[in-house]
Design a protein around this ligand. Structure first.
Ligand code: NAD
Length: 482
C-alpha cells in the first residue's frame, strides 16, 4: 500500500475539505494500492484562489528565462526519479514497465525541457500600420489553466499541457483521472522540489462528475485543456461556454492503418500490431481500423493472426512484458461487450476474443484480438473501443481506401504502408487526420504537433504550435503624430 495521498493546493498538501478519500486499484492484481483525496467544489475554489494569487503575484514577477529554468528543473527532477515514477505509472494503469520506463516518462521529461526552451523565445512584433503610430504586440499568458486528463497516459498527457502552460507564464490546476492519480501527485511534489512558487502548479484529485464539472463551471479559470472521451469533451465545451473559457480538446479516434499491396508486408504486420496493441490499445491514436487491399488480404491477415497469437499478456512490472492489464474492470467489460457485438454482427474472429489470466487468477487481462470481414457499417468499425481489438476491413483500390479511411466522425491519426513514394504523399494529402504516419505507426516527438481533425478535437499539443493555445495577443498603439 502506497498510503494516503493529499491534494496539492497553494504549495501545501492537504486533505479534501470533507475528508473523503477514494481508492486507487492496481488493474493487474485488483488490489487497492493507495487512497487519494476526493476533492470537493470547495477545494476547487481554494485551488483557483491559490493559482490566481500565484499568477498575479510571484509567478508574474519572474523573468521568462527564470520561468524556463524552473520548467527545465522539473524535467531534471523527473529524470532523477524516473524509476520510481515509471513504476507508479505501471502500478495504477497496468501498462508494461518497458513502455513507462523507456518511452512515456522519458518523453514527459523531454516535453518539459523542450517547452522550457521556448519560455524566453516567444515575443510579439512591431507592425507597419498606416499613419504615424508605433504598434506592437505582446504575447501574454492566458491566466489560470485547468488541465483535465484521462487514464491511458496519465503523466505524459498531463505534461503535454502543464509544460507549455507553465513555460508561457500561466498557472495550472491539474486534474488527473480518478483511476490514475498517482503520477500527477508525484509531479506536484517534484514541482515543489524544483523550486516553483506555491500555487503555480496545483493538483486536485476526484471524480470527473464532481471535481471536473466544478472546474469547468468555475468563473475563475481562464482555459480548459482537456483530453478524454468525445462525449465528455462536448459537455465541457457546452459548460465552458457559460464563462467563455478558452478550450482545447484532444478526443477519441478510430484511426485507419492502410496497407497497400506494394508495401513491405512483414514491416506492415509489425506496424499493424504496434498500432493496435501498444498501450493495450488504450491509445487515442490506435490504428484500430486495419484497411487491407483485397489482393493481399488472405496472406496479410494470416501473418497478422500468427503474430498476434504469439503476444501474451504478462505481469506489467516484468521488463519482458509487452501486453499489460486493461486499465480497469469497467474498461475490460466494455471491451468484451464490443467483442460480443462484433461476433453478433458477423465479423470473423481471427485471434483472441476473450479475457485471459497470467497465472495469478487476478487482474483485468485481455487477449490481443483481431476481427476480419469487418464492414464499414459494423459497430467495431465505427466506435472507439479503446482496447486491444483490431477490425480488418478490405478495399479494392486507392480511391476506395481513402474513402473508407475518411468514413468516420473521427480524424486523429492514420497510417499508410506502401513503397510507392508518390502514392504515399497523395494519400497523406487526402486523409482527414491530424497525424499521418508512412511506413511506421505510433511515433511521437515533443517537436511534432499532435491533435485532431473532425470530432477528434481541436488545438494542437507539443511543438511550437501548442504555444498559441497558452498565450493571448495584446496590441499596443502609441500615437507618434505630434
Ligand atoms: P473521460 O472523458 O471519461 O475522462 C477524462 C477526464 O475527464 C478524467 O479526468 C475525468 O475525470 C474527467 N471528466 C469526466 N467527466 C467530466 C466532466 N463532466 N467535466 C469535467 N471533467 C470530466 O475519458 P477517459 O475514459 O478517462 O479516457 C478515455 C478517452 O480519452 C477515450 O475516448 C480516448 O480516445 C480519449 N483520449 C484522447 C486522447 C487524445 O489525445 N485525443 C488521448 C487519450 C485519450
Amino acid at each position: 500500500m502506497l498510503g494516503r495521498k493529499q491534494l496539492l493546493i497553494g504549495g501545501e498538501w492537504r486533505d479534501a475539505s470533507d475528508g473523503r478519500v477514494m481508492p486507487v486499484v492496481n488493474p493487474a492484481t485488483e488490489e487497492i494500492i493507495a487512497e487519494v483525496a476526493a476533492a470537493t467544489p470547495a477545494d476547487v475554489d481554494a485551488a483557483v484562489a491559490a493559482a490566481r494569487k500565484a499568477f498575479t503575484g510571484p509567478w508574474s514577477q519572474l523573468s521568462a528565462r527564470e520561468r524556463g529554468r524552473l520548467v527545465w528543473n522539473l524535467g531534471e527532477k523527473l529524470r532523477e526519479n524516473i524509476d520510481e515514477i515509471s513504476r507508479l505509472e505501471t502500478l495504477h494503469n497496468g501498462k508494461p514497465i518497458t513502455e513507462s520506463r523507456h518511452i512515456e516518462i522519458p518523453a514527459a521529461a523531454d516535453c518539459l525541457q523542450y517547452f522550457a526552451g521556448w519560455a524566453d523565445k516567444i515575443h510579439g512584433d512591431t507592425l507597419p500600420v498606416k499613419g504615424q503610430a508605433l504598434v506592437y504586440t505582446l504575447r501574454e499568458p492566458i491566466g489560470v489553466v485547468a488541465a483535465i486528463v484521462p487514464w491511458n497516459f496519465p503523466l505524459l498527457l498531463a505534461v503535454w499541457k502543464v509544460a507549455p502552460a507553465l513555460a508561457m507564464g500561466n498557472t495550472v490546476i491539474l486534474k488527473p483521472a480518478s483511476q490514475t492519480p498517482l503520477t500527477a501527485l508525484a509531479l506536484g511534489q517534484l514541482a515543489i522540489d524544483a523550486g516553483f512558487p506555491p500555487g503555480v502548479l496545483n493538483i486536485i484529485t476526484g471524480s470527473g462528475g464532481t471535481v471536473g464539472q466544478a472546474i469547468v463551471e468555475h468563473p475563475g479559470i481562464d482555459k480548459i485543456a482537456f483530453t478524454g472521451d468525445t462525449s465528455t469533451g462536448k459537455g465541457i465545451m457546452r459548460t465552458a461556454a457559460e464563462t467563455l473559457k478558452h478550450v482545447t480538446l484532444e478526443l477519441g479516434g478510430k484511426s485507419p492503418n492502410i496497407v497497400f499491396p506494394d508495401a513491405d508486408l512483414d514491416a506492415a504486420v509489425r506496424g499493424a500490431t504496434i498500432g493496435i496493441f501498444y498501450g493495450k490499445g488504450e491509445v487515442c491514436a490506435a490504428g484500430s481500423r486495419l484497411l487491407v487491399d483485397k489482393s493481399i488480404k488472405d496472406e496479410f491477415l494470416s501473418k497478422l493472426a500468427d503474430r498476434t497469437k504469439k503476444m501474451v499478456a504478462g505481469d506489467p512490472l516484468n521488463p519482458k512484458t509487452r501486453l499489460g492489464a486493461v486499465s480497469s474492470k469497467a474498461q475490460l467489460e466494455r471491451v468484451l461487450s464490443y467483442v460480443a457485438t462484433a461476433r453478433k454482427e458477423g465479423a470473423s474472429l481471427l485471434a483472441g476474443g476473450d479475457r485471459t489470466d497470467i497465472g495469478t487468477g487476478k487482474g483485468y487481462f485481455m487477449q490481443p484480438t483481431v476481427f476480419a470481414d469487418v464492414t464499414p457499417a459494423m459497430t467495431i468499425a465505427r466506435e472507439e473501443i479503446f482496447g486491444p481489438v483490431l477490425a480488418a476491413i478490405d478495399f479494392a483500390d486507392v480511391d476506395e481506401a481513402i474513402a473508407r479511411a475518411n468514413d468516420s466522425i473521427y480524424g486523429l491519426a492514420a497510417g499508410i504502408w506502401t513503397r510507392d513514394v508518390k502514392k504515399a504523399h497523395y494519400v497523406a494529402s487526402k486523409l482527414q487526420a491530424g497525424t499521418v504516419w508512412v511506413n511506421t505507426y505510433n511515433l511521437y516527438d515533443t517537436a511534432a504537433p499532435f491533435g485532431g481533425y473532425k470530432q477528434s478535437g481541436f488545438g494542437r499539443e507539443m511543438s511550437r504550435y501548442a504555444l498559441d493555445y497558452y498565450t493571448q495577443v495584446k496590441t499596443v498603439w502609441v500615437d507618434l503624430s505630434n
